[in-house]
Write a protein that binds this ligand. Structure first.
Ligand SMILES: Cc1cc2nc3c(=O)[nH]c(=O)nc-3n(C[C@H](O)[C@H](O)[C@H](O)COP(=O)(O)O)c2cc1C
Length: 185
């Protein structure tokens, strides 16, 4: 059975670096036989979690917005990819707002991501993972997926600034394609 891979993109830039790399992950995964769906979070109506805790009782989020169609996709995914630019020393608000809303689906099914492979894609303007703050995003993802008992099987990250800069680095594109293949395997 082919794997079903969900990619959540946290950049507002359609042709941005994290999107270019995420598309390569998708390409690698498709070549390895997976079905891939990529979702650009920017522009969706995803409101911040209001902490009402209704979902603790019901497993259902009271906020009726674009997270609702995303919940079944999160449940159905065999593997997950989170792609984001580094904004202010961590991942983007677009991605954070979406992840906060996982609270409802986690209350619905606590083993939602258990044993699932996860890939991470990060791009940042500063020189390296530490000065850029990319390391903070990675620490958060590691804590989150340890808690959810999912396995981060690969992280593709790079110092890239202008739109499309990722396309100038064939080695990086290849690394992203390989991550896709691994997620599909
Ligand atoms: C609002 C904003 C905040 C940023 N904050 C950081 C930062 O904290 N560290 C960093 O290295 N780069 C920062 N950058 C640069 C982006 O991370 C960099 O341009 C990245 O490659 C953009 O990814 P994208 O093309 O996928 O959108 C910031 C850019 C913006 C627009």
């Amino acid at each position: 059975m082919s794997k079903n891979i969900l990619i959540l993109k946290g950049s507002p830039r359609q042709q941005g670096n994290s999107n270019v790399l995420a598309d390569q992950v998708a390409e690698g995964a498709r070549q390895a036989g997976a079905q891939v769906e990529s979702i650009t979070l920017h522009g969706l109506d995803i409101r911040p979690c209001d902490g009402c805790d209704s979902c603790v009782e019901t497993g259902v989020c009271v906020l009726k917005d674009d997270m609702q169609p995303l919940y079944p996709k999160l449940l159905a995914a065999h593997a997950l990819v989170l792609a984001s630019p580094v904004y202010w020393f961590t991942y983007s608000a677009q991605l954070k707002t979406c992840i906060d809303r996982w609270y409802a689906v986690w209350n619905y099914r606590k083993d939602l991501f258990k044993g699932k492979p996860v890939g991470i894609v990060l791009s940042y303007g500063d020189d390296d993972l530490h000065s850029s703050g990319g390391i903070n995003a990675i620490h958060t993802f590691e804590s989150m997926f340890r808690f959810l008992q999912a396995d981060i099987i690969g992280i593709v990250h790079a110092s890239l600034d202008g739109v499309g800069d990722a396309l100038k680095h064939p080695d990086l594109l290849e690394k992203a394609r390989q991550l896709g293949g691994k997620l599909a395997g």
